[in-house]
Write a protein that binds this ligand. Structure first.
Ligand code: SF4
Ligand code: SF4
Length: 362
């Protein structure tokens, strides 16, 4: 193996995120497939934060056109990001996750190399998980977004919980292939008939996804239709646990979503992942048909001798998949008392996460 791939280990570790870099054979098998030696060498020299190709070339004493060409090829393969600032093209190094791993599957390619990458990423993640110590309960990084129209008038709904507000806020909205389900399909697994074109991005992230990752531009009406399709399928709306700098909304299932499959391993998934809402049942309207029980991703509902279903609040993460599927409209979503509002931005989220990690460490 070339030395340049060994040198990637500390580089990817320093970038942080999930699966940042573990010194195991699966890491090297993966990076040798993802990066050409030329790309790996440049990847290892990328600075922190946004940069321009000319500035990097100057710093490295290399030809600007050659450096730009490598960066362009990397951006086209989702190995770095790129965006325009005041008419000038900038690039930025990418983490494994969120980042490179998702970018491999957003374009929805189905070639032999894509299948190989799906297998290598899966093997690497599995190997990392097998080595990792059980994660302590910390402040949630992601948040479930409940479905507004099942919240009766009179409740105070935080703007974070209003999906429509994101659609109205951003001029550029993009949609693309769900990377979790597409990666599963490439590995030959059942995707349970769930829709694929439902990963949504907003603002500059959407511009990158549309320009480089096969994303499709959506009008506001089309974006609302994507959300309707996701709700009908019983998918869970999810984004970063912040109220202001939202740049994506995933529509996730229980079988393949990285986050949901992770939290479902915990006996009390609602502590890790929540919208701050819970279902309330109209006992008179409920016919005990069991539809909501089947649609509930964390299996928080159970039917007894007669309806309505019993709710396990330690499992319910407030997604409203039960409410959107109830044929009798017998379910409304209600705010959970005392559930914390989301942090304002990534800085506040980082501080909350750090504080909870310190608390967990004692
Ligand atoms: S889906 Fe509606 S009617 Fe059926 S059991 Fe659930 S609450 Fe009752
Ligand atoms: S009961 Fe299940 S489907 Fe309903 S909100 Fe809770 S987690 Fe979602």
């Amino acid at each position: 193996m070339l030395e340049v791939y060994r040198e990637m280990l500390p580089v990817m570790q320093a970038r942080g995120g999930a699966y940042a870099g573990t010194d195991i054979p699966e890491f090297y098998a993966l990076v040798q497939e993802l990066f050409t030696p030329e790309q790996a060498e440049l990847n290892n020299r990328l600075p922190k934060g946004p940069f321009m190709a000319e500035a990097l070339a100057q710093e490295l004493g290399r030809d600007p056109e050659e450096v730009r060409g490598i960066l362009e090829a990397m951006a086209d393969r989702g190995l770095c990001t790129t965006f325009m600032v005041k008419g000038q093209r900038h690039y930025m190094a990418a983490r494994f996750m969120p980042g490179i791993f998702e970018f491999q599957f957003m374009p929805g390619r189905v070639g032999e190399r894509d299948k190989k990458i799906a297998r290598l990423i899966w093997d690497y993640k599995q190997a990392c998980r097998a080595l990792a110590a059980p994660a302590p309960l910390t402040f949630p990084v992601t948040r479930v977004i409940t479905v507004d129209r099942y919240v009766p008038a009179g409740n105070v709904i935080h703007t974070y919980d209003q999906m429509a507000s994101y659609i109205e806020k951003y001029d550029t909205i993009g949609v693309g292939t769900c990377y979790c389900r597409h990666a599963a399909a490439l590995r030959g697994e059942d995707t349970h008939g769930m829709p694929m074109q439902v990963c949504m991005w907003f603002g500059p992230t959407a511009e990158f996804a549309i320009e480089r990752l096969g994303g499709r531009h959506l009008t506001k009406a089309e974006a609302r239709a994507v959300l309707d399709q996701a709700e009908e399928a019983g998918l869970v709306h999810m984004s970063r646990n912040t109220s202001q700098d939202i740049d994506f909304v995933c529509n996730c299932d229980r079988w393949h979503c990285e986050v949901i499959t992770g939290v479902l391993k915990h006996p009390q998934p609602a502590r890790l992942f929540n919208s701050g809402f819970m279902p309330v049942f109209d006992a008179e309207a409920c016919l005990a048909c069991g539809t909501c029980v089947d649609r509930c991703p964390p299996q928080a509902l159970s039917l007894g001798e007669e309806g309505p279903p019993a709710l396990d609040l330690e499992r319910c993460f407030g997604c409203a998949a039960c409410a959107t599927g109830c044929p009798e409209e017998a379910i409304r979503m209600q705010a959970k008392e005392g559930y914390p509002a989301p942090p304002k931005d990534s800085r506040e989220l980082g501080a909350a996460l750090k504080a909870s990690r310190q608390q967990a460490a004692g």
